[in-house]
Design a protein around this ligand. Structure first.
Ligand SMILES: Cc1cc2nc3c(=O)[nH]c(=O)nc-3n(C[C@H](O)[C@H](O)[C@H](O)COP(=O)(O)O)c2cc1C
Length: 168
């Protein structure tokens, strides 16, 4: 197996983070890799909000009603998919996946945090999107907690390998 695949195999969800903020260069790498993701008709039907302000992260955590939903990660990237696009959820998920893999290359850890989808799409909190600068017509599909791992990358949990059929 090539060196690059060995590297990609290291990606695991990280749920313990060091408190220090990620470097600007690393944030730029994540943004660049998200931007370079494949998208249907090259519509790039995504939008991302990078949240690094501790009191805002705290407020979002409280609004979610969950205990430490971001695992104390110093950065949260909230992802939005454009409503009027052919495959925006797929596009945006690909961009997030690119970010997750870029993070491994930079020694960062990530974890997909689903509950932000409920929060940002809740009409009671509609002003959240406005305050965060999200354009009209985008729905949240989740978020990524990002930071320096404060744990070994866990070994993969059980995987199903019998999900391939062959016609050849
Ligand atoms: C769409 C999606 C939603 C997820 N939501 C959460 C979440 O809210 N909280 C969490 O701790 N992990 C979440 N995860 C991470 C999964 O639990 C994790 O990817 C899975 O257990 C496989 O482990 P691995 O990422 O270490 O390979 C989510 C992953 C995906 C793809």
């Amino acid at each position: 197996m090539g060196q690059d695949l060995e590297f990609l195999k290291q990606r695991r969800s990280i749920r313990r983070f060091k408190p220090e903020q990620i470097a600007e260069k690393e944030l730029h790498d994540l943004e660049e890799m998200a931007t370079l993701a494949a998208s249907a008709r090259n519509e790039q039907a995504w939008f991302f909000v990078v949240i690094q302000k501790p009191d805002v992260l705290q407020q979002l955590a409280e609004l979610s009603g969950r205990d430490n939903p971001f695992y104390s990660a110093p950065t949260l990237v909230v992802a939005f998919a454009k409503q009027e696009a052919i495959a925006s959820v797929v596009d945006t998920a690909f961009a997030m996946s690119n970010m997750m893999n870029a993070a491994v290359a930079d020694g960062l850890g990530t974890c997909y945090i689903y509950c932000m989808k409920e929060l940002f799409n809740d009409l009671r909190y509609a002003e959240l999107k406005t305050v965060c600068g999200v354009p009209e017509g985008y729905d949240c599909i989740g978020s990524l907690a990002v930071g320096y791992p404060d744990e070994e990358r866990p070994t993969p949990t059980d995987r199903n390998w019998d999900v391939f059929s062959y016609i050849r």
